[in-house]
Design a protein around this ligand. Structure first.
Ligand SMILES: [Zn+2]
Length: 742
């Protein structure tokens, strides 16, 4: 049992918010009149609202000490926290995208606090916390003296989050010892584990000491002390521990984690122990490691020869470090994202499935890929240490991206530097914080991790939002002829309603473009020390390095701005570099998709292939084979609900990309428009050939392919949905996908 919340009337008033009933004008009451005889008084439909951050590790129970009957207790899942909870008035519009499913509705009963708990709560699959509301009767009063929210923590390992990182971990309560048994350690093996205090242990009352013993290791024993946390302390982190086994051992490897409370009588509490992993030394003959770098929002045409045709002084190579890597790599000149925004792009990268099939393809919905087999899962099963340093957000554990990773960090690896005080990326209008953050900006933490694991087998997933966030330092902005502080709001602060003002040829759009180029350039500069570390440590000889993006970025080439809108190539065309040890540099012009990455990397590393996959392995192409006769499918986040005259219209976009022609179909409420482009003659998609009589045949053929593919995809999506809802998520999908010829 763990106490997540235990508040008396004063605490409820301080930490909660009182929302008026939407139908009744709020009456301002001074605080002292809210608390009468030790109870918080709510009247006439007012609701007390409490927010509890974090996912549960087990079940939970809510108890109230109310002095009246006739009120209602509701518990909702939270999909985003309300940072402005007290100012939110409880109106439906203010909840959009933040409030998840209603999990429980219960009548509030007097003195229910002492009664046996009746409310067992579980996580919403995509929730990141809970919202508890206590609603007074519409005409009446509710006096509430205390609310408690208890968590029942299970013994088994689950994914826990500490300081922006999730790992499979198990709580070890003070006064107990937890034993982990691993296979016998071969000579040169290490055992890695980590300890941390749970994020939501808000009021740790006693210091704890944890003693970790790994019998037979060089280190033997290690001790960590966890102190009372004060407000100025750095955020909590998992503290890593490594034990070395120089000699081979016959008996199983035993790791004991013993936790003792440092102060007698302190409240019982626990330390989280990340499940120890045995990592054999990487032998020369073992397959390659993988470093997969996703530079969010990087357009294909910004790599290398980006500035061609640009103004004088700005046409230098934007990305000299990536260009150098590209010269040593197999470079796919025509890689396309199957989607136009971050969640589906990355979900397809990891699962090898089209967005409509894995289902994590809609804004607002929090569909998770947790139950799908993935690149990380297959590599983890092969004994590879799987680590991720991602920017979180749309690549967050809320979407299941952390599944199968031994550690999954959601602090942007570029923007959350060594300084552990930085818990997140830049904070708007907090210049002092941001300046410090920028000064320390580097991939140093990642480089250190790589050095520490140079002789282990690893899969490292890196993802940064730096280019997505248009946040160049003044020097890089100046180099692109722009002031880092323009007269307009930065793109991320630009209200959607003002997108219409940013038109082609406007100084505002030019400024955004310059900021974007500057951030791309700065990302590349930040990569230099990381790439240098790879070269110096010899890791390039044993590591497949992949550089890719989830989607591009539009600057009104075809009317749209930024991304998540439209399917033209400024948004779909992404860079793909694969530097594979032993493979000569080459350029491949055949169209490929992000869904091909997982099957390719699994084949290259010798790991088991995915059971259900829609991408194809690019290994034959890498080895000089002929490109398959193939068309690719990309889709908008379907369907986009757009307000037109107060009604919501669903508009779906689909793009079929072949080796020469591209068909874009936009289906609105009662009309459908097709555009056809010859990507060989017109890579910029400037001439729509759909009405050109010379291309009647090409159009008919593309239409027929698209319709076949969309039909097949819908069947696969329906089947996938049914399987995901069933007990065995992927059994049988493989057959279905193969039958569909995809
Ligand atoms: Zn993205």
């Amino acid at each position: 049992m763990k106490n997540l919340l235990d508040l008396d009337a004063a605490g409820l008033f301080e930490q909660g918010a009182i929302w008026p009933h939407p139908g009744i004008p709020p009456r301002e009451l001074p605080a002292r009149e809210r608390i009468v005889d030790g109870a918080l008084v709510l009247q006439d439909g007012e609701a007390l609202v409490l927010q509890i951050a974090g996912r549960l590790t087990g079940m939970a129970q809510v108890r109230t000490d109310a002095l009246d009957d006739g009120a209602t207790l509701r518990v909702f899942a939270l999909w985003n926290l309300f940072d402005d909870l007290p100012r939110t008035r409880g109106l439906k519009d203010e909840f959009l995208g933040r409030l998840g499913n209603l999990l429980r509705t219960l009548p509030v009963q007097r003195k229910s606090f002492d009664a046996p708990p009746a409310t067992d709560l579980e996580n919403d699959p995509n929730g990141i916390g809970f919202l508890v509301t206590l609603e007074s009767p519409l005409r009446g009063e509710l006096r509430v003296a205390r609310v408690r929210f208890d968590e029942l923590v299970p013994e088994r390992p689950l994914r826990h989050s500490v300081g922006g990182e999730t790992r499979p971990a198990t709580p070890v309560a003070a006064g107990t010892t937890r034993r982990f048994e691993l296979p016998p350690a071969p000579a040169g093996a290490t055992v890695e584990l980590a300890l941390g205090l749970p994020d939501r242990l808000a009021r740790q009352r006693a210091p704890l000491r944890a003693t970790v013993t790994a019998a037979g290791s060089s280190e033997g024993t290690a001790t960590l002390r966890f102190e009372e946390r004060d407000a100025s302390a750095p955020p909590r982190r998992f503290e890593d521990l490594v034990f070395h086994f120089p000699e081979a051992r016959r008996e199983p490897t035993v790791v004991d984690v013993a936790v003792e409370a440092g102060v007698a009588g302190g409240a019982p509490t626990a330390v989280l122990a990340a499940v120890p992993k045995l990592l054999p030394r990487r032998e020369a003959a073992t397959p390659w490691n993988v470093l997969l770098l996703s530079i969010d929002t990087l357009r294909a045409d910004r790599l290398g020869e980006a500035g061609e045709g640009g103004e004088a002084g700005k046409d230098a190579d934007l990305t000299p470090n990536l260009s150098r890597l590209a010269r040593e790599s197999v470079r796919f000149t025509r890689c396309f994202s199957p989607a136009n925004f971050t969640v589906p792009g990355h979900a397809s990268l990891m699962t090898g499935l089209q967005p409509v099939v894995h289902g994590a393809n809609r804004f607002g919905d929090r569909v998770s890929i947790r139950r799908w087999p993935s690149l990380a899962g297959q590599l983890a099963s092969a004994g590879v240490f799987t680590a991720a340093f991602s920017g979180g957000g749309f690549v967050d554990p809320a979407f299941g991206f952390d599944e199968h990773f031994d550690r999954y960090c959601t602090l942007d690896p570029l923007m959350s530097p060594r300084n552990p005080r930085y818990d997140a990326g830049p904070i708007r209008h907090a210049e002092a914080v941001n300046r410090k953050l920028r000064e320390a900006m580097s991939f140093a933490r990642v480089a250190d991790w790589l050095s520490a694991h140079a002789d282990r087998r690893f899969f490292l997933f890196l993802h940064t939002y730096f280019a997505h966030d248009y946040w160049p330092s003044p020097a890089f902005a100046r180099a692109r002829g722009a002031d880092a502080e323009g007269p307009w709001p930065p793109p991320l602060d630009l209200p959607t309603a003002e997108f219409g003002k940013v038109v082609a040829g406007s100084p505002q759009l030019d400024w955004y473009r310059a900021l974007y180029d500057a951030t791309v350039s700065e990302t590349d500069a930040a990569l230099e020390p990381l790439l240098a570390r790879l070269r110096e440590s010899g890791l390039l000889e044993s590591t497949i390095v992949v550089v890719v993006a989830d989607h591009g970025e539009a600057f009104r080439e075809h009317g749209t701005l930024f991304h998540a809108n439209g399917l033209h190539n400024e948004v779909l065309h992404v860079p793909l570099l694969m530097r594979v040890p032993g493979l000569a540099p080459a350029t491949i012009d055949a169209p490929v998709s992000l869904i091909d990455l997982a099957p390719t990397l699994l084949e290259l590393t010798g790991a088991a292939p995915l059971d259900a996959v829609q991408g194809v392995s690019l290994v034959p192409l890498l080895r000089g084979g002929e490109p398959p006769d193939r068309v690719l499918l990309s889709q908008d986040c379907p369907p986009i609900g757009k307000s037109a005259n107060g009604t919501r219209v669903e508009i779906t976009h689909s793009a079929l990309i072949g080796s020469r022609f591209k068909l874009i179909r936009i289906v609105g409420e009662d009309e459908s428009t097709d555009s056809l482009y010859d990507l060989v003659a017109d890579p910029g998609e400037t001439h729509d050939l759909a009405k050109d009589p010379l291309y009647t045949g090409a159009l008919a053929s593309a239409r027929s392919s698209l319709e076949h593919l969309l039909g097949a995809m819908q069947q696969a999506a329906d089947r996938a949905k049914a399987l995901q809802e069933s007990a065995a998520p992927n059994a049988g999908l493989d057959d279905d996908l193969h039958r569909l010829g995809y």
